[in-house]
Design a protein around this ligand. Structure first.
Ligand code: BGC
Length: 269
């Protein structure tokens, strides 16, 4: 375990904590001393594997199933969390997916599914968390804030993405969602932030890194010349949730090896 846990005793919920970036964040928060609810939508085996990894490292955790786009399931998930840990201190609004297609071929169903999980899911979870943060207030000795919400965005919050219009629209929406609730909740001592990952090696973008050709192609978009790993995002989320970042609210931090530097302009334009 971390010798100086910065999140000791705090209760965290990581939506989509069973795989990818969510798993990396769940492991990092637990290593920093947080009690972690690992939410999953369908893959119970993956969620249990995450829970086992955290427990083996001496952490405290449970897995809770919920589809974050469904209000009743979100409410039931928070009820389960409160039954186990009493409250919530940190929400990692992470669950998300892609349903890619050319714009003119995109079905309404694929549009609605992506907006429902990536954007409405963040609304439903943040609203529940904010209600509890305001009800409970600051807990002396635990954290200077009454609560922290971290919204997992993407570089596609600012980089347009042909063939992924539903996904990019959901991430652009997260930016204004995050800032607007940050403005509204700051007087309650609640901090709200975004993380904008670039290409992180996870199942969501396997096709972009699982052959040498694909990876070389991807690296032309990353000036720092490496693909990210979930642990990179885990470290940032842990720091943002900690009191070390107590004066930060209402911004997205991009963690992308320079993808948002538009490297195509390095020798062009
Ligand atoms: C997407 C990945 C993609 C990355 C960089 C992420 O938000 O989910 O599929 O590789 O952005 O384009």
């Amino acid at each position: 375990m971390n010798p100086s846990p910065t999140l000791k005793g705090q209760a965290a919920l990581v939506t989509g904590g069973d795989s990818g970036i969510g798993k990396g964040v769940a492991l990092a928060l637990a290593a920093a001393g947080a009690k972690v609810v690992v939410n999953f939508a369908h893959n119970q085996a993956a969620a249990e594997a995450t829970v086992n990894e955290i427990t083996a490292a001496g952490g405290e955790t449970i897995a809770v199933q919920a589809d974050v786009s469904q209000e009743s399931e979100v409410k039931a998930m928070f009820a389960q969390m409160y039954a186990k840990y009493g409250t919530i201190d940190i929400l990692i609004n992470n669950a998300g997916l892609q349903k890619d297609s050319k714009f003119i071929d995109m079905t309404l169903e694929d549009w609605n599914t992506v907006i429902g999980i990536n954007l409405t899911g963040q609304f439903l979870c943040a609203r529940e968390a904010a209600r509890e943060f305001i009800r409970r207030g600051v807990v002396d000795g635990l954290s200077r804030a009454a609560g922290k919400i971290i919204c997992m965005s993407s570089v596609h919050e600012v980089i347009p993405w042909a063939g992924h219009v539903n996904y990019a629209a959901s991430k652009g929406g997260i930016s204004m969602f995050m800032k607007s609730i940050a403005q509204e909740l700051a007087p309650h001592k609640i901090r709200v932030m975004g993380i904008g990952p670039g290409a992180i090696q996870t199942p969501i973008n396997k096709a972009a890194w699982d052959t040498p050709e694909a990876l070389n192609n991807l690296l032309t978009l990353i000036p720092y010349n490496r693909i990210g790993v979930p642990g990179d995002i885990g470290k940032l989320a842990t720091w943002l949730a900690s009191d070390e970042a107590d004066y930060i609210t209402g911004i997205t931090i991009f963690m992308d090896g320079g993808m948002t530097l538009y490297p195509g302009f390095a020798d062009n334009g």
